[in-house]
Write a protein that binds this ligand. Sequence first.
Ligand SMILES: C[S@@+](CC[C@H](N)C(=O)[O-])C[C@H]1O[C@@H](n2cnc3c(N)ncnc32)[C@H](O)[C@@H]1O
Length: 194
Amino acid sequence: MNKSMSISQKYLFLFKFLRFPRQIGSVTPSSKTLAKKMVSAISWDKVRHVVELGAGTGVITHFIHEAVDSSGKVFVFEKDPTLRHSLKEQFPEYSFFVDATQLDVNLRSMGVEEIDCVISGLPFANFSQQLRDGIIEQVFQTLKPGGLFVAFQYSLQMKKHLEQHFKIVHIYYVIANFPPAFVYVCQKNEEIYQ
Ligand SMILES: C[S@@+](CC[C@H](N)C(=O)[O-])C[C@H]1O[C@@H](n2cnc3c(N)ncnc32)[C@H](O)[C@@H]1O
């Protein structure tokens, strides 16, 4: 993404935030430092199917694009139609969907049973308990045993909730982001499936 495009994407994101603050969840897209941190938590050589939830302007999607093998399949969920349209133009080879609450059914419609990892930029803190539970449960069900769920949040509010489903492997604090963010690296427990 060139510099002027990146600036216009930032304005678009801010405009969307002003209209839909709870859904967008942040005044500005994530920093490259945060996006890199999230993507580097994954061993990409083993990844065949990856999901990104809440892709926004595609800051994290760019790093996924750099990391994933050319034979890998990427499934992107973004609720905002303008942002989704722009993502489709940037990444025409990926599959796009509207709503993370339809993760399960959308993946099944593509014939996908299991996902190697899920990367999330969703603003869970703004969601109702029911919405949060519904999405986390579907992430858990669609991940393969040992698969990773990598999510950033601006607080540690989600820690207890995530621990109910996953083993939390790491929590990184990324100060070079506005606002500073926590990256949760969570694993679907392998042992109980062996
Ligand atoms: C905090 S922004 C993160 C954007 C981007 N990943 C980044 O790091 O800059 C959250 C994004 O999640 C999207 N979103 C919110 N609820 C969603 C849902 N139920 N399904 C898909 N996307 C959703 C918003 O439209 C917004 O683009």
